[in-house]
Design a protein around this ligand. Structure first.
Ligand code: ZN
Length: 498
C-alpha cells in the first residue's frame, strides 16, 4: 500500500474509534451526573455493545497491520503522526504480550474486587480485602513479567505506564529529597499548637457556594461555552476533546472551602484540556500529556494560585459579601491562615498542601517493597501504620483510616500514586519558571489569571500528547526536573505562616 493509502486507512479507523469513544463518554458523563436509577440496567446493555465494538475495532487485525506498517515507515511521517503511531504501536505490543485468558481473568478480578474493597472499608476489616488484594498483586507481578523490556524491569514497568519515562531510580531520588529536606520541616510545623477557627463550622448555604464558584470559574478563565459544571460525589473533569470539557464539584454546608478548592483543582485540569491545540481533536493525541503534568496544572491553580495571599486580596471581598453573616468578623489574614492550616491527617484526600506528598511517599514505598517482594500483603496494615508514624507522626487508629482508605489498589492501580506527588513538585518548578516572564502577584492583584493561562497554554497545554511529557516539562521550565524547587516553595510559604 502507498503511504497515502496507509494513512487514509488509519484515519478511517481512527474516525470510528473517536466517534465510539465520544458516545461512551457522553453516556458515562450522564451516568456520573444525572441518570435516573431505573435506567441503569438497560443502559449497561447498550454500553456493553458499544464497548465491544470499540474493543474489536482497536484490536482488529486491520488496525494492528496498519499501525505496524506505519511504524516501519515512521521516518516518513510528520512529527505529530509519528508520535501517535509510536504510542499506538507501544499499546499494541503490550496487548499482544499478555495472553487473552489472563487479560480477561485480571479484568474480572478487578471488577469483583471493587465492591469487596468497599465492603471491607465500610466494615473496617482488612481481612475481608486481603485475599483479593493478594490475587491482584500476584497477577500484577505476572503482568510485569510479560511486559518487561531491556530498559524496563519490575516496578518500573508499572511506573512507566502512568508516567512515560519515569523509573524507580528517578522517583527514589525525588522522594529522598523530600525525606531529607521536607520531613523534618513538616514535623516542626505540625507539632506546633493547632490553630482553631470558629467560622469553619458555621452553615454556608450551598446555593451561595455555587454562586461564588461560578464567579471564580469566570475569573480563572474556564470557558463555559466549551464546558459546564455539575455535581457528583467525587469531583472530576471529563472530556474527549478540547471543545467540550466538563467538570463536577461537590459541596458541603459545613465545609465551605472544600467546594471552592475542589472546583479550582478541577478547573486546572479542565483549562489544560480546553487549551490543547484543537487541531489534535481528531487525533489520538488530544488531551493532557500525562498524569503528573495534569496534576501539576490542577495543583498549580488549587494551591500555588488558589491558596496564595494575592489571589484572596483580589477575591476575598467578594467571598465576604457572599457570606455576609458568616464572614463578617473574619479578616483576610484569618481566612488566609485558615485555608493554609497544616496538620497531620490520616486521610490522604483531606491532606493539606504541605503534608500531601508525604502521604504519597508512604504509598510509593509500600508499592515498591511489595513488587520487589520485600514485604507481603499480610504485613501491609502494620507497614502502613509504621510509615505513617515515621513521616507524619501519627498512627492510624484502624484500617479505615489506614490501609483501606484508597480505592486505587483494589482497581489494580499500582504505579499511579507517585504521579500525584510528582505533579505537585512539577507545579513549583513551573511557578519559578513563570516568574521569570510574568509578575504573577501583579496579575493576581488585578483579579484575573489570563496572562498566567496564556503562559501555560504556550509552554505546556497546546502540545497535548504530541510530545513526551518530560520533554514538554523540561522545555517549559528550561531545565531538568529538580525537586528542591518544591521543597523551597513549601518552606518559604509555611515559614511565614508559622
Ligand atoms: Zn487532580
Amino acid at each position: 500500500m502507498s503511504l497515502t493509502d496507509l494513512i487514509k486507512t488509519y484515519e478511517d479507523l481512527r474516525r470510528k474509534i473517536k466517534a465510539l469513544n465520544y458516545a461512551l463518554w457522553m453516556i458515562s458523563w450522564d451516568t456520573e451526573t444525572e441518570v435516573p436509577s431505573g435506567a441503569l440496567a438497560y443502559r449497561s446493555k447498550q454500553v456493553g455493545i458499544l464497548s465491544e465494538e470499540l474493543y474489536k475495532l482497536t484490536t482488529s487485525e486491520e488496525m494492528i497491520k496498519v499501525v505496524k506498517e506505519l511504524y516501519d515507515r515512521k521516518d516518513e511521517l510528520d512529527e505529530v503522526l509519528a508520535r501517535e503511531i509510536y504510542l499506538a504501536e507501544k499499546r499494541i505490543e503490550k496487548q499482544l504480550k499478555i495472553p487473552m485468558e489472563e487479560y480477561v481473568e485480571y479484568q474480572m478480578l478487578i471488577a469483583q474486587t471493587q465492591s469487596i474493597w468497599a465492603d471491607a472499608k465500610r466494615q473496617n476489616n482488612y481481612e475481608l480485602f486481603k485475599p483479593s488484594l493478594e490475587k491482584i498483586v500476584e497477577l500484577t507481578k505476572k503482568r510485569i513479567k510479560y511486559l518487561e523490556t531491556d530498559e524496563l524491569k519490575g516496578y518500573d514497568v508499572l511506573l512507566d505506564e502512568f508516567e512515560e519515562g519515569m523509573t524507580s531510580v528517578k522517583y527514589d531520588h525525588f522522594f529522598n529529597t523530600l525525606k531529607k529536606d521536607l520531613v523534618p520541616f513538616v514535623m516542626e510545623v505540625i507539632n506546633k499548637k493547632q490553630k482553631t477557627f470558629a467560622f469553619d463550622k458555621l452553615n454556608y448555604p450551598i446555593d451561595l457556594q455555587k454562586q461564588f464558584v461560578s464567579y471564580l470559574m469566570d475569573v480563572l478563565g474556564y470557558d463555559q461555552k466549551h464546558g459546564l459544571i455539575k455535581e457528583s460525589e467525587h469531583p472530576c473533569t471529563s472530556n474527549v476533546s478540547s471543545t467540550d470539557v466538563r467538570i463536577t464539584n461537590h459541596y458541603y454546608e459545613d465545609n465551605f472551602t472544600s467546594g471552592i478548592f475542589s472546583a479550582i483543582h478541577e478547573m486546572g485540569h479542565a483549562l489544560y484540556e480546553q487549551q490543547v491545540d484543537p487541531a489534535l481533536d481528531d487525533t489520538m493525541l488530544a488531551g493532557g500529556a500525562s498524569m503528573a503534568l495534569h496534576e501539576s496544572q490542577s495543583r498549580f491553580y488549587e494551591n500555588i494560585i488558589g491558596r496564595s495571599y494575592a489571589f484572596w486580596q483580589a477575591h476575598y471581598p467578594k467571598l465576604q459579601a457572599t457570606f455576609k453573616d458568616q464572614l463578617k468578623e473574619v479578616t483576610l489574614d484569618q481566612f488566609y491562615q485558615y485555608i493554609n492550616n497544616s496538620y497531620a491527617s490520616y486521610i490522604r484526600t483531606d491532606a493539606d498542601e504541605l503534608t500531601y506528598s508525604l502521604h504519597i511517599m508512604i504509598r510509593y514505598e509500600i508499592e515498591k517493597d511489595l513488587m520487589e517482594e520485600r514485604i507481603t500483603v499480610d504485613e501491609l496494615p502494620q507497614v502502613w501504620n509504621s510509615l505513617t508514624e515515621k513521616y507524619l507522626g501519627i498512627v492510624p487508629r484502624n484500617d479505615q483510616e489506614g490501609i483501606l482508605q484508597d480505592v486505587h489498589w483494589s482497581a489494580g492501580l499500582f504505579g499511579y500514586f507517585p504521579t500525584y506527588a510528582l505533579g505537585s513538585a512539577y507545579s513549583a518548578q513551573i511557578y519559578e519558571a513563570m516568574k521569570r516572564d510574568l509578575d504573577i502577584e501583579k496579575e493576581l492583584l488585578n483579579g484575573t489569571t489570563l496572562a498566567i493561562n496564556k503562559w501555560l497554554q504556550e509552554k505546556i497545554h497546546r502540545y497535548g500528547q504530541s510530545k513526551a511529557p518530560i520533554e514538554i516539562f523540561e522545555s517549559a521550565v528550561n531545565a531538568k526536573f529538580d525537586a528542591s524547587y518544591f521543597v523551597t516553595y513549601l518552606k518559604d510559604k509555611y515559614q511565614n505562616l508559622k
